[in-house]
Each structure stands twice: as structure tokens, then as C-alpha cells.
Write a protein that binds this ligand. Structure first.
Ligand SMILES: [Zn+2]
Length: 114
């Protein structure tokens, strides 16, 4: 069944009916890394629109309409649990001076020999 989806442009504030093939659904991999979003180009002002999928019904409509899907991989580092204090400006200044110190053996200090 062919049908169109109604979208609203945030730039020119117009509403359009568009072919589902002209809307791209963006999903994270892994899927729990973040909320999906969708994009389309406004037929009126030609600005690309980026919209959050802020409720399950919108997600259902986009997938049922078989909009093209683009996957975005999240680095596993971003999903790791981090312990300790946040890095401060003082830490960065200390690092700057430490990196300029030619007497330090970074391979040894960072255990890169293993
Ligand atoms: Zn527009």
C-alpha cells in the first residue's frame, strides 16, 4: 500500500506530505546507545530537517512505511562505565607539561610493553 507521511519543517514552518522513501530513519548500533532520529529535506525551503523520534508511535509509522534506515555505530568506549573523577583543566595542564618532559619513558609508564 502506497501512502505518504505528513512532516513539518522547522525552518519555514510548512507542512508537507512526503513519500516514505524520502525520509531516512537513523538508528544506533547497539540500539540502546541512543534515541533514533529521522531526516528529510523540506520541499519548500530545501533545508535538511533533523527530528528526534520522541515517541514509539512515530517509530512505528516510520518502520511500517518502510523508510530507508541508516545505522550509526557507537564506539564501545562510549558505552563503558567510567570510574574516577572527571578530567579537570589542572589535569590537562599537568598532562601538557608531562608530555613535554623528554626524561619520561611513556612506553613504560603506560604499560605499552605488554
Ligand atoms: Zn522548509
Amino acid at each position: 500500500m502506497a501512502y505518504s507521511l505528513r512532516v513539518r519543517c522547522s525552518d519555514c514552518e510548512s507542512e508537507w506530505y512526503v513519500d516514505p522513501q524520502d525520509i531516512t530513519l537513523h538508528l544506533w548500533r547497539p540500539s540502546d546507545a541512543g534515541r533514533p532520529w529521522y531526516t528529510f529535506v523540506c520541499a519548500g525551503c530545501e533545508q535538511e530537517q533533523v527530528k528526534k523520534v520522541n515517541n514509539p508511535r512515530v517509530y512505528e509509522m516510520l518502520t511500517e512505511a518502510q523508510c530507508p534506515i541508516e545505522y550509526h555505530a557507537v564506539s564501545p568506549d562510549l558505552l563503558e562505565e567510567h570510574k574516577g573523577d572527571e578530567i579537570s583543566y589542572d589535569d590537562l595542564i599537568d598532562l601538557h607539561f608531562a608530555l613535554r618532559d623528554d626524561t619520561r619513558d611513556w612506553t613504560k609508564e603506560l604499560n605499552l610493553d605488554d
